[in-house]
Design a protein. Structure first.
Length: 399
């Protein structure tokens, strides 16, 4: 494959769109060249792009009288990128798409039929899927000739055993799609590829990965494949997160409906936006702020977060019949030594011993030599995973 090719990676949210441009450096190999975002979509859009040293490459705002719908913004973005490729050719766009349903265990080249199918998953992920698809549609309108690839957060988990994917509810509901999908799959897949480079023997091992960002989840990976995860039907399940509650007794929802007269919208707001670290602390959803706070409720929020990570580690190890390594990743996992130390303490029963100096240095190996299992910190890179998948998905087209 030519190394003069470039791939655009898009992660589209409700009011912002993050993008990266990768250069192909060989077969199954890419390197990031540009990062940026368009924020304020729908209100006052602003474009910013930086090089890999975080030096500004471009900036633009849109006035109220200028056309700034998604198609106009993506048309601008593509023109801008094409002016900054230094002779490389933009060959495709890869999108992060939250939901690929039960069918998609791999990325897929976008066609009208695929788009129609992905629209069908909107009810399963109403807060994310519509924005992901809107970006694909807008880009197709602006540049119909550019191949687009959807990379799903659910895909990596599709090979899980049925028990890990199934709720104990009437079968008809399961068949209708009310099942455990799991998310953050692109991050886990990246870690599953990266870990054996650091520790070859772990390629076949049983690994628990904790993706601790503002959204947080954990995954049991055995021989490079997901076998269980903490997020289920939605990205609300599992660990407490910045503002999301994580696992909750469903009886609480019935209580809220009956006793508080709350409807779906109010419950959604409570569980997605007002719970988690923010709800418990009443201080912040940001782990840094909580660790710096003297408020005892902030300390309780951190404690609850670490308690649940340790508890889920035990559950996920059980799903694999054991554990050979633990990996921390994403914002908190990559940068918060206190959180990792606290989780390590709670896993002392498992023989985990964290090396304080290595932990402070953010790894990659943060366990002490006498730890029964190694503990790693590995920075995740979902964008790179999307670029690699997009390259892979295009290969049959190029052949
Ligand atoms: P997202 O899920 O939005 O991609 P990130 O992976 O960037 O989020 O993680 C955001 C979280 O990481 C926030 O809670 C933030 O406080 C936390 N974080 C970032 N840097 C640090 C740090 N040095 N110490 C503790 N927490 C940190």
């Amino acid at each position: 494959m030519s190394t003069g090719n470039a791939i655009l990676v898009i992660n589209a949210g409700s009011s912002s769109l993050k993008f990266s441009v990768f250069r192909e450096t060989g077969r199954e190999s890419v390197a990031v060249a540009i990062n940026g975002q368009i924020s304020g979509i729908g209100t006052a859009p602003k474009f910013e792009a930086k090089d890999t040293h975080k030096r500004p490459l471009g900036e633009r705002s849109w006035g109220a009288d200028e056309p700034s719908d998604r198609t106009a913004l993506l048309s601008f973005l593509l023109d801008w990128i094409e002016g900054h490729l230094d002779g490389a050719k933009l060959v495709a766009a890869g999108h992060r798409v939250v939901h690929g349903g039960t069918r998609h265990a791999a990325p897929v080249l976008i066609t009208p039929a695929v788009m129609e199918e992905l629209e069908g998953f909107v009810p399963l992920a109403p807060l994310h899927q519509p924005h992901n698809l809107a970006a694909i549609r807008a880009l197709a309108e602006a540049h119909p000739e550019l191949p687009q690839v959807a990379c799903f957060d659910t895909a990596f988990h599709r090979g899980q055993p049925w028990q890990a994917q199934t709720f104990a509810i009437p079968r008809e509901l399961t068949e209708e799609g009310v099942r455990r999908y799991g998310f953050h799959g692109l991050s886990y897949e990246y870690i599953a590829r990266r870990l054996p480079e650091l520790a070859p023997a772990l390629g076949d091992g049983r690994v628990v990965v904790a993706h601790l960002g503002s959204g947080a989840s954990m995954c049991a990976i055995h021989a490079g494949r997901s076998v269980d995860s903490t997020m289920g039907f939605t990205a609300l399940d599992g660990l407490p997160m910045g503002t999301r509650c994580g696992t909750i007794d469903p009886g609480v929802l019935i209580y809220l409906m009956r006793q508080k007269g709350m409807g779906a919208d109010a419950i959604e707001k409570l569980l997605y936006n007002k719970s988690g670290l923010l709800g418990v602390s009443s201080v912040s959803n940001d782990m840094r702020a909580l660790l710096e706070s003297a408020d005892p409720h902030a300390a309780e929020a951190v404690e609850l977060f670490c308690f649940r990570i340790a508890k889920e580690t035990g559950a996920l190890a059980s799903s694999m019949g054991g554990i050979d390594a633990l990996v921390f990743t994403a914002g908190i996992g990559e940068r918060s030594a206190p959180v990792r130390a606290r989780v390590g303490d709670k896993l002392a029963w498992l023989g985990v011993v964290i090396d304080p100096a290595a932990n402070e240095a953010n790894g990659p190996l943060i366990s002490a030599p006498n730890s029964r299992i190694p503990v790693y910190v590995i920075p995740t890179d979902e964008e790179q995973m999307i670029a690699l998948h997009t390259q892979e998905a295009l290969d049959p087209v190029a052949a």
